[in-house]
Design a protein around this ligand. Structure first.
Ligand code: SF4
Length: 466
C-alpha cells in the first residue's frame, strides 16, 4: 500500500532537548566550533568589549564562529548571517541560540579586521602541525577581482579637468556681471564652489598616485582587467601547496601587475607553514629581475615561467645567446664579435641603472638585419639582475624543472576556479584595501577549512582545545 509523507504539526519536540545533540559529530559547524575554541582569540587581537551598562556584548568566539561558518557556507552578507542566526540550525547551534543582528556583526568586522586576517594563518598552522601541508611544491598565482564600486561612477582625470575648466569660466562670467551690475553670486554657483573644491581635491589625489582614473568612494581600487573587462578592482594573491591543495599564503594588492609579489608571497608562505617550500612555481606575470634576485638572496628555489622576450626561443641572436667577458667588460655575440660598454642609462620607471653595450662591427656583418634593425648597430642592455635571469634560464632548460612548471596551472587555477565559480565569490563586498585584504583572508580561511574538515572527519588530526 502506498502512502504520502505528511507534516505532523502535533509533534511535541522539534529538536533533541539538549542543544549539544542538534548537530552530528561530523558536521562542519562542530568542526568550526572546535577550531575556534582551540585558538587564543585575545592573543590574536580580538577586542573584548566590556559593556558597562545595558545589554552584555556578544563574546568574540561566538562572533568568529558565526563569521567563519558564514564564509564556509557561502553566506557572506551580514543581513543573511543575521537571518541565518534565526533560521539555520547550524548557525543557531553555533551562536548558542543568540541572535546577533547585522549591525552587531558589521561592527565586529569593522573593529577586528587585523585579528580576522590572523585566522587564516592559524588554519594554515593547524594543517602544517598535522603534516597535511607538503611544502615540496607550491604555486603562486593571482586573480583580479572587481571592487564593489562600479566603473560607471568612477571619474576620469581628463573629464574632471574639463568640468573644472567649465566651472572656472562660469565663475569668471558671474564675476564680470557682478562688477557691472553689483548683484550677488547666483545660488547654483555657490553649489558649484563646493563642487570645484571637490574636483580639485580629486585631481590632487590622482596626481599623487599617478592615476588617470579614480573612484571617489573607493580610492584604493585601480582599473584592471577583471574577467569581463576593465573595472575597478584589486589583485588577490595566493600561494597553493600542491600536496594538500591548501592556500598557504594570501594577500591583496592594488597593483595591476604581479611583478613585485614573488618575494613577499613566498616569504609569507614560509612564515605561515614554518618552513620554505622546496620549489615555488609562478607564471610569467611574476617575471622581474628584482623578484628573481631577491628570492635567490633569501635562498628560495623559484621557477618563474619566463616569456619569449627573456628566453629567445628560435631567435639565434637573442641577448641570451651572447656571453659575458667579465675581465674585458664586454659581451661576445654568436659570431664572436665584441660589444663594448657604451653608456649607463636610467629611466623614470626603472629603479636601477642599465648598462648599454654596442656592436661596432655591424656594417660588415652578414646577419646584421637578422640581429637588429637598429641603424646604429646592435646593442644589448644589461641590468643588475641579468645574472638572476641567466641562472633562471639555465634552471628551466632542465627537463624536470620544465615538468614542475607545467604543474603550476593544475595546482593554482582550480583553486581560483572553485573560489569564483563554486563559492560564487566574484566581487568584493567590502571597500578599501584593508577591507578586501580581510575578506580575502576570510575566503582563503573558509577554503582551507573545507579541506581540513575532510581530514578531521577522517580522524587525521584533532584540535587541542584543552
Ligand atoms: S650585428 Fe654585431 S652583434 Fe649582431 S651578429 Fe653581427 S657582429 Fe654580432
Amino acid at each position: 500500500m502506498s502512502y504520502e509523507k505528511r507534516a505532523d504539526y502535533s509533534v511535541a519536540l522539534l529538536f533533541p532537548p539538549a542543544l549539544e545533540d542538534w548537530i552530528p559529530a561530523d558536521h562542519p559547524a562542530r568542526f568550526i566550533r572546535e577550531f575556534v575554541d582551540s585558538l587564543d582569540l585575545e592573543e590574536l587581537g580580538f577586542h573584548k568589549r566590556e559593556a558597562e551598562e545595558g545589554r552584555p556584548n556578544y563574546a568574540a568566539d561566538l562572533m568568529v564562529k558565526v563569521w567563519l561558518y558564514g564564509y564556509f557556507s557561502e553566506t557572506r552578507s551580514v543581513r543573511k548571517l543575521e537571518r541565518g542566526c534565526r533560521d539555520s540550525v547550524a548557525l543557531i547551534w553555533l551562536a548558542g541560540m543568540h541572535e546577533p543582528d547585522h549591525n552587531t556583526l558589521w561592527r565586529f568586522w569593522r573593529d577586528n579586521k587585523k585579528a580576522i586576517r590572523k585566522l587564516f594563518v592559524q588554519a594554515v598552522r593547524v594543517a602544517a602541525k598535522a603534516n597535511i601541508v607538503g611544502a615540496l611544491l607550491q604555486a603562486l598565482d593571482g586573480t583580479k577581482i572587481q571592487a564593489r564600486a562600479s566603473r560607471r561612477t568612477g571619474v576620469e582625470k581628463a573629464e574632471l579637468e574639463r568640468l573644472l575648466d567649465k566651472i572656472e569660466k562660469s565663475f569668471e562670467q558671474a564675476g564680470e556681471s557682478e562688477s557691472e551690475e553689483g548683484y550677488r553670486l547666483p545660488e547654483e554657483l555657490t553649489d558649484r564652489e563646493e563642487l570645484r573644491e571637490r574636483i580639485k581635491q580629486a585631481l590632487t589625489e590622482m596626481e599623487e598616485i599617478d592615476r588617470e582614473r579614480l573612484h571617489p568612494g573607493e580610492t584604493d581600487a585601480r582599473m584592471m582587467k577583471c574577467g569581463r573587462g576593465l573595472e575597478y578592482g584589486y589583485n588577490a594573491q595566493a600561494v597553493i601547496d600542491e600536496a594538500s591543495g591548501l592556500i598557504v599564503a594570501a594577500d591583496v594588492v592594488n597593483e595591476e601587475s604581479d611583478n613585485d609579489q614573488l618575494v613577499p608571497m613566498i616569504e609569507q608562505a614560509k612564515e605561515n607553514v614554518g618552513r620554505a617550500a622546496n620549489q615555488t612555481v609562478a607564471d610569467g606575470g611574476y617575471t622581474s629581475g628584482e623578484g628573481l634576485d631577491g628570492a635567490e638572496k633569501l635562498g628560495h628555489q623559484v621557477l618563474v615561467n619566463l616569456g619569449p622576450q627573456h628566453v629567445g626561443n628560435e631567435n639565434e641572436y637573442h641577448a641570451s645567446r651572447f656571453s659575458h667577458d667579465a675581465p674585458r667588460d664586454c659581451w661576445v655575440c654568436p659570431l664572436g664579435k665584441e660589444l663594448k660598454f657604451e653608456r649607463e642609462k636610467r629611466n623614470r620607471r626603472k629603479r636601477y641603472a642599465v648598462r648599454v653595450y654596442r656592436c661596432k662591427s655591424f656594417k660588415e656583418c652578414p646577419v646584421r638585419w637578422e640581429c637588429s634593425k637598429d641603424l646604429r648597430g646592435r646593442t644589448i642592455e644589461i641590468t643588475p639582475y641579468d645574472g638572476a635571469f641567466r641562472r633562471q634560464r639555465e634552471k628551466q632548460a632542465q627537463a624536470h624543472n620544465q615538468a614542475l612548471l607545467k604543474k603550476r596551472m593544475v595546482i593554482a587555477e582550480p583553486v581560483f576556479g572553485q573560489i569564483k565559480h563554486c563559492f560564487g565569490f566574484r566581487r568584493w563586498t567590502v571597500g578599501g584595501l584593508e577591507g578586501v585584504k580581510t575578506q580575502w583572508a576570510l575566503v582563503a580561511t573558509a577554503f582551507n577549512l573545507r579541506k581540513l574538515h575532510r581530514h578531521w572527519i577522517a580522524g587525521r588530526f584533532s584540535f587541542d582545545t584543552g
